[in-house]
Design a protein around this ligand. Structure first.
Ligand code: HEM
Length: 146
């Protein structure tokens, strides 16, 4: 049954991860500019953008990425857990990506409460995390080096 829809599930999985990645790469940028906001009006604008990005795009995309990814994981004959080590590295990087999402959501709440204590430089630095994880994930799932 699920195998019949495999190409559709995989296509929707890739659409979902692209949307999730867009948010994971953009939100730290918004935090960089939010740190520079000179007045309450600008800070409020960034706050609305951050909350919308998280609530309307990132959270649904993360849930869809996981849901469709798990459907692929249980598709008969797709993954051999004895031989395919790439899937373990991929899933470890995906857990890292999910943890990073949670950290960003916490920062968004801190900004919302006016409690952000992190400097602009910190957000520039963490912006590299999803890029590195994405490169590892895509190499693992497409090249399957081991
Ligand atoms: C959220 C949890 C995730 C799970 C459980 C998961 C699992 C999987 C599985 C089982 C496949 C099918 C492999 C096959 O066709 O043999 C797949 C395909 C794919 N995944 Fe994920 N994945 C997840 C997240 C991600 C993320 C975050 C990315 C990118 C940043 C990603 C990128 C891809 C790509 C590009 C493919 C298609 C590869 C191909 O065409 O062969 N996945 N995923």
């Amino acid at each position: 049954m699920i195998a019949e829809f495999y190409p559709w599930i995989k296509a929707l999985h890739v659409v979902a991860v692209i949307s999730w990645m867009a948010g994971l790469l953009y939100l730290p940028r918004l935090f960089v500019y939010h740190c520079r906001a000179e007045d309450v009006r600008h800070a409020k604008t960034f706050q609305v953008m951050e909350q919308r990005l998280l609530g309307v795009i990132m959270r649904p995309a993360m849930i869809a990425s996981w849901g469709l990814g798990l459907m692929l994981l249980v598709t008969p004959g797709l993954i051999s857990w004895e031989g395919d080590y790439w899937i373990y590295v991929k899933l470890a990087a995906v857990f890292g990506m999910t943890g990073f999402h949670v950290v960003l959501a916490r920062h968004a709440r801190a900004f919302e409460a006016g409690r952000n204590a992190r400097p602009e430089r910190y957000f520039r630095l963490i912006n590299e995390v999803p890029t590195v994880l994405m490169i590892i994930i895509v190499i693992m799932v497409i090249v399957r080096p081991f």
